[in-house]
Design a protein around this ligand. Sequence first.
Ligand SMILES: Cc1cc2nc3c(=O)[nH]c(=O)nc-3n(C[C@H](O)[C@H](O)[C@H](O)COP(=O)(O)OP(=O)(O)OC[C@H]3O[C@@H](n4cnc5c(N)ncnc54)[C@H](O)[C@@H]3O)c2cc1C
Length: 433
Amino acid sequence: MGDTGTSWGGYPRASQRVSILNDRDAPLPPFEGRALPYGNGRSYGDSCLNDGGTLLHAAGLDRYIRFDEATGVLECEAGLSLAEIVAGMLPRGWFLPVTPGTQHVTVGGAIANDVHGKNHHHHGSFGEHVLELELLRSDGSRRVCGPGQEPEWFAATLGGLGLTGVVTRARLQLRRVPGPWVQATTRRFADLGEFFALSEATSADEYSVAWVDCLASGKQLGRGVFTHANHVAATATARPARPRLAFPFTPPFSLVNPLSLRLFNQLYYRRSPAVPRTSVGHFAPFFYPLDAIGHWNRMYGPRGLLQYQCVVPPEVAAPAISEILQRIASHGSGSFLAVLKKFGSRRSAGMLSFPRPGTTLALDFPNRGATTLRLLDELDRVVMQARGAVYPAKDARMSAAMFAVSFPRLPEFLPYVDPRFSSGLWRRVMVSG
Ligand SMILES: Cc1cc2nc3c(=O)[nH]c(=O)nc-3n(C[C@H](O)[C@H](O)[C@H](O)COP(=O)(O)OP(=O)(O)OC[C@H]3O[C@@H](n4cnc5c(N)ncnc54)[C@H](O)[C@@H]3O)c2cc1C
């Protein structure tokens, strides 16, 4: 079995044959056992892995098909990355309506996880802007679907974890922007109450997101730094983009430990402005701060990291997030990459879409084996009680029970699964996957 295909967290490891797809009109290459489409492997856990099977790597499906400059409708192949779309379309005044925290994901991956960004409260999730897609199934059949055409296939494929077939191409509605500049206002907040108040007070702004100090406890529990922003036209004071650095190698142990974390969090919080500070900067550091450091995942060492992202409903968000943060702080784990965001009230069409009304928390944990897994199980119990959800794109360990609570439309989804497709995550969360 040839390696590879990895996921961003480096956990778990999997070995699988990789078949590269180059021609969107060709049938799928022959494969034994189960197959899974693969984009750029920017999912953290095992939703993009298929140990013992085949990955159908969309890397060669990377062409633009057509672009209507008047309407902003782009048709492209599914292996094209969001970075390529931004590079090609922004100079023409068009941008992604929704973008995740890295631009190195493919259109197919963005559809299969129905990804969200910092503007969920304005623009919903990625799938809301997909007008049409083509799905290639293992029996060779093709389905063209969209919100108004075979909508049930569309709803199954949006957030469908690559299990309904290979998306070969898609038609996307881009949005107009005045240029590459973003005006952002940042200030720190003392606790969760202030976070919710700020989210409310700034909801007219398109983007909002917060960093949260996951080690703070007691009166400081839930303190962090809040940013809200909008696209703006160029100004004389705009800051240019910084050059890209790269993490050159994987150190033999994780550089993220309780000491480095406590130090970083204290410093970051204290150095952030106590009163709102506004500046205009290039879009890249605002949307993709982590992309500025290539291979930053290597700092977690050879055992990798587990990322945890959950969403809890609005009516229980404050107590549930507070309990989750308390458990993380008392465990002394977590990372400085901890993000808190209030989703808007828009519901995605996707049967298994993760974004939904509520508050979402995402953070990384260095993989310390059973200790880390036990903590994440504890967090699951809080999320389950809150009737919330855990995000499969970030997951490598959730149970079948947690998956079922997260995705109540699972029974409706099952008939659309391609019988020859599967993934590590799918086998774990299904009794028979
Ligand atoms: C630094 C960082 C920040 C991130 N920030 C966010 C964020 O803000 N919001 C968010 O929602 N996510 C975020 N993510 C997660 C990421 O956006 C998703 O995991 C995304 O799906 C990865 O896309 P990919 O192209 O790398 O696909 P992969 O990770 O390779 O695959 C993801 C899924 O897509 C399926 N798939 C891939 N290509 C196709 C295809 N052509 N047809 C059918 N199925 C396909 C796979 O089978 C798999 O189930 C982040 C990830 C990183 C590393």
